[in-house]
Ligand binder design. Sequence first.
Ligand code: NAD
Ligand code: DAU
Length: 350
Amino acid sequence: MKKILITGGAGFIGSHLVRLFVKKYPDYKIINLDKLTYAGNLANLKDIENEPNYEFVKGDIVDEKFIHQLFVDYKFDGVIHLAAESHVDRSITNPTEFIYTNIVGTVNLLNAAKHIWKDNFKDKLFYHVSTDEVYGSLGNEGFFVETTAYDPHSPYSASKASSDHLVRAYHDTFGLPIVISNCSNNYGGYQFPEKLIPLFINNIQNNKPLPVYGKGENVRDWLYVDDHANAIDVIYHNGKIGDTYNIGGNNEWKNIDLIKVLCKTVDKLIGREEGTSERLITYVKDRAGHDLRYAIDSSKLQKELGWKPSLQFEEGIEETVAWYLNNEEWLKNVTSGDYLKYYEKQYDKR
Ligand code: NAD
Ligand code: DAU
């Protein structure tokens, strides 16, 4: 049985990926390693927690000795690394945590993989999941391709850029078999409600202000989370060792236009007069260093590996809004920690 370590599997994207791999590959043993920070929650995996090919391990990737021992004990065949501090606003208020988890944590995993595979890299793979934010910001034209120069602006994207470079360095220096993907903004169920889409759905439902940063003119390219998980599956199994693949939805939205769609959809689904929630839109101080536009060219992945997004945005966003409206218990559960305190503090500062 192949043993695959998925890090950060209790988070948003990680939980969708763990579910996909556990169900699709009964011959793989999937080990989910997660520290269960505020963003990680085992409630995200309730439906598969008793599957025989799934195991959860609680642990911190920053703990070098623990990671080393874990690799010695399990002798993983592959690693898919998603564990990270992922929220840009938090990286502005507390950058250090991002350096430890995203950079030091990644190096600990690289060292452990290198050690346990002992230069016998046949059929092994270290897959690093990264973000389009490493490429910086686009103007009104153009797309990020795999060869776009790195130009990160936030402590979050700088820490992810650094980890990408280190993963490539372990390939170039030690021959470690690696692959990297850089994906655009994901949306879907189980996303912690600090990110734009779940935060705003929750606020609309509860008649709370919708804090739009700056003029709301920043553009993001949105991809349904299961399409990201499918892309990771395709790249894990067929990607070329040492290569990078961009993943995106070809689905650009100005924040303010997306927010209006959210207002309209929530209103429709809860029986409020359509569009009335737009009155909740409140323009607030811009995010520091706010990147204007992200847009991914995923043609390499589409042409070479045959992946394409499966879901139309209109369908995906309605399904996502309905998911949050129908999962109030989950929302209560994941926000019962430090979330409210954190946000009250942020809004005080603006
Ligand atoms: P998330 O914040 O929802 O989940 C991160 C998970 O990592 C959580 O379960 C958390 O408990 C775990 N974690 C954090 N620190 C840890 C540590 N020190 N040790 C072990 N586990 C730890 O993040 P996400 O949105 O699911 O993102 C997952 C990965 O995908 C990240 O690497 C992120 O950079 C990347 N990514 C995210 C997006 C997006 O739109 N969300 C897009 C592209 C790439
Ligand atoms: O592009 C991929 C990245 O997408 C991932 O690497 C990150 O982990 C993920 O968090 C996401 O980063 P963003 O900063 O783009 O996502 P966020 O949901 O925080 O914000 C989306 C846009 O909405 C951004 O332009 C900022 C804006 N925004 C966000 C929040 C939370 C607001 O206007 N108001 C808000 O309250």
